[in-house]
Design a protein around this ligand. Structure first.
Ligand code: F3S
Length: 398
């Protein structure tokens, strides 16, 4: 791989240990992928923030990197949700030890110069660059959204490779950074409506189930046919999150053009029902969880409208970033949602937080396929998967 003089020097450690580590990571990826060179990125999004997932090893690693000479983020860098609400963790039965470690992790990222976004929907809170801009985003749901909806170019970065990109301002020129690799490899055809008594294929649950099915069987770029070219934001978000939960695909194209005949996989009522049953193993749940990925302003608006003049009959937690919360508050959405009895958890990941365990529930009801997948595995709870409007209807009264 061709390296500039500065990159060579950094690899030798002449510009400090953090840059040396970062260039070693990029060089290793470059060699495996047969890349020619590194390219600049305009935005890095780092994951590996929740203490629940990175533990003491990750904490020590970040402590070392952030305190090493010359270590700083050289490009605009946002950060994924952490493992608790940093402002009211003590109200949520989070242990002091856990909170202390989480706050340390957050401070190490801040020392490096991160924008304290704590969100997995970074495109909602910051100005998105023009299409075809190279970025380096960890968090699979955001990376797939970046490629497929925003037209940005990123690979599905790991926590370590995104950190390396943040420290260097560069990524490896390979895979989805190259135009010719951004074409569908297989088609998933949604033949759903005719077989589903005419019911329209719509809403975040339907798109999430489609994504979970397609992500598991297509490792490359997925071509979808039989759906609207412009799904709503929440539908796209659910589709991206579910694709990223299983398999390695980093992008999809809706109704792709092109003459090349590609293998086509049918997604019918049968595949829909099988995928749904894999994810949903309960009729109902003790706790309602909304916000995996974290809720956007539009979703909070819709939720507030559906909860107007209503009270929830069971506990409900809503995950979003502080930034989105503040805007939603200014519009009055959060007052309506909280007034109905829901509790906001800001800046945290819905799945990788000790909150669910500390609430002591055995089952949850959610609209998120990604949430269903992880909550079962991380918190060992049963999950009822339902459309958001159905959840509100079944669990609220005037
Ligand atoms: Fe976001 Fe955590 Fe879900 S990072 S996509 S809320 S698993």
């Amino acid at each position: 791989m061709h390296l500039t003089k500065y990159e060579e020097e950094s690899l030798k450690g002449e510009n400090g240990p953090a840059l040396q580590m970062a260039y070693r990571v990029l060089l290793a990826i470059g060699r495996i992928s047969g890349a020619e060179k590194l390219i600049p990125v305009e935005w890095a999004h780092v994951s590996g923030v929740s203490y629940l997932t990175i533990g003491d090893y990750g904490l020590e690693f970040l402590k070392r990197i952030s305190s090493s000479k010359g270590a700083k983020f050289r490009v605009f860098t946002t950060v994924n949700p952490c493992g608790m609400d940093t402002q009211k963790w003590d109200e949520m039965k989070i242990s002091a030890d856990y909170a202390d470690n989480q706050l340390k992790i957050n401070s190490y990222y801040q020392k490096l110069g991160v924008a304290t976004s704590f969100t997995c929907v970074p495109f909602q809170s910051y100005k998105v660059p023009r299409a075809r801009t190279h970025v380096a985003w960890a968090e699979s749901s955001a990376a797939i959204y970046a490629n497929s909806i925003l037209g940005l170019m990123t690979n599905r970065e790991s926590a370590v490779s995104a950190l390396a990109s943040a420290l260097t301002g560069k990524t490896v020129l390979c895979d989805l950074h190259i135009e010719e690799n951004r074409k569908p490899t297989k088609i998933v055809r949604v033949s759903f409506e005719r077989q589903h008594s005419g019911r329209r294929f719509k809403g975040s649950l339907d798109f999430g189930i489609l994504g979970y099915f397609a992500g598991a069987i297509v490792p490359g770029v997925i071509g979808f046919s039989g759906i609207r070219t412009q799904p709503e934001i929440e539908e796209s978000k659910a589709l991206c999150a579910a694709i990223g939960t299983v398999g390695s695909s980093g992008m999809f194209v809706i109704n792709p053009s092109g003459k090349k005949k590609l293998e086509t996989i049918e997604f019918t009522k049968k595949e829909y029902n099988e995928t749904f049953s894999e994810l949903s193993d309960s009729e109902d749940g003790e706790l309602i969880v909304f916000g995996c990925p974290q809720m956007t302003l539009e979703e909070l608006y819709e939720l507030s409208r559906s909860l107007e003049y209503k009270k929830l009959k069971k506990k409900c937690v809503v995950f979003c970033s502080s930034k989105v919360y503040e805007i939603a508050k200014a519009h009055g959405y959060t007052d309506t949602i909280e007034g109905a009895g829901a509790m906001f958890v800001r800046d945290a990941c819905a799945d990788f937080t000790p909150l669910l365990s500390s609430l002591g529930v055995d089952s949850v009801v959610t609209d998120s396929c990604k949430g269903a997948h992880y909550m079962k595995r991380v918190h060992n709870v049963k999950v009822a998967l339902k459309d958001i409007s159905k959840i509100v209807k079944e669990n609220s009264s005037p």
